[in-house]
Design a protein around this ligand. Structure first.
Ligand code: ADP
Ligand code: MG
Length: 266
């Protein structure tokens, strides 16, 4: 479990030209699972990487279990990150390593456990994601859904108290998507961890998290439990939940004048 507090977090890139997050504040309770929803480019990955201690805020701070992340020294940050699991966006496996070695990777990097114990732990983690028989396979032999489940096993290899998922549903077929969603919920509950899911998949998230934050243009524009979000009459939320084409989220990426693009000169 983990207690996370984000306070007035602002992050800009390219010497202030891109403001990815602007004055974001929220707090979560231990044991909670929550998700951060929003369109592409709204700052979700940036926010998650701050919570994981991989990025330093331009201003503001993130506290995990009472400690301000960017004030930790090298050793403190390493300790903190040992307690965190991260499923990266496009959660790729190491393609030149077997399933077994992929799951064992974290344990070998971060612990001095003897190989027999690592073996048992790898088997337990693969069992937890329903893939015990796959340990000798290479990633190229797995379906997309199976690969994502191996990545989940690797993410929870060290029994993290804080698990972060960046777009865990991206590119999955509907059945794999349900399996992965269900696994995320079950792993979280079994570990007594806190899960943070960053996604643009509203329907799946509504089924598995306790609380939802909507981010747009770097600020939180709505929040609530799945029931509250379903019932919301905010146009931004409705567009997301009900997949309406016309709403505050633009369909077109901002571009130059369309007539110019088409070569219309008159
Ligand atoms: P999301 O995950 O919601 O798609 P990101 O956090 O990846 O959003 O990006 C938010 C904004 O910050 C985008 O405009 C993106 O182009 C910009 N951005 C992200 N990372 C960098 C970076 N390393 N350098 C410059 N701009 C970045
Ligand atoms: Mg992202």
């Amino acid at each position: 479990m983990a207690k996370i507090a984000v306070r007035h977090l602002t992050k800009s890139y390219n010497s202030g030209k891109v403001i990815a997050l602007e004055d974001v504040s929220f707090e979560v309770q231990p044991y909670e699972s929550f998700c951060i929803l929003g369109p592409s480019g709204c700052g979700k990955t940036t926010l998650l990487r701050h919570i994981g201690g991989a990025l330093k805020p331009t201003s503001g701070h993130i506290k995990v279990d009472g400690q301000i992340l960017h004030e930790l020294d090298q050793e403190g940050l390493y300790e903190m990150r040992r307690k965190m699991g991260m499923l990266f966006q496009f959660g790729a496996l190491f393609t030149d390593m077997s399933v077994y070695d992929n799951v064992a990777f974290q344990m070998r990097e971060h612990t001095d456990l003897p190989e027999e114990l690592i073996h048992d732990l790898v088997m337990m983690k693969l069992h937890a994601v329903g893939l015990r028989g796959t340990h000798d396979l290479m990633p190229s032999e797995l379906s997309g859904g199976m690969a994502r489940r191996v990545a989940l096993a690797r993410t929870v290899a060290l029994d993290p108290m804080l698990i972060m998922y960046d777009e865990p549903f991206a590119g999955l077929d509907p059945i794999s998507l349900t399996v992965v969603g269900d696994l995320i919920r079950r792993l979280n509950d079994a570990l007594g961890a806190t899960s943070v899911i960053v996604t643009h998949d509203v329907q799946e998230s509504l089924k598995i998290v306790d609380y939802i934050y909507f981010v747009a243009d770097g600020v939180i524009v709505a929040e609530g439990t799945p029931d509250e979000i379903q019932a919301s009459d905010k146009s931004f939320v409705r567009q997301f939940v009900h997949g309406e084409m016309d709403g505050p989220v633009p369909f077109h990426y901002p571009g130059g004048d369309y007539r110019t693009d088409l070569g219309v000169t008159a």
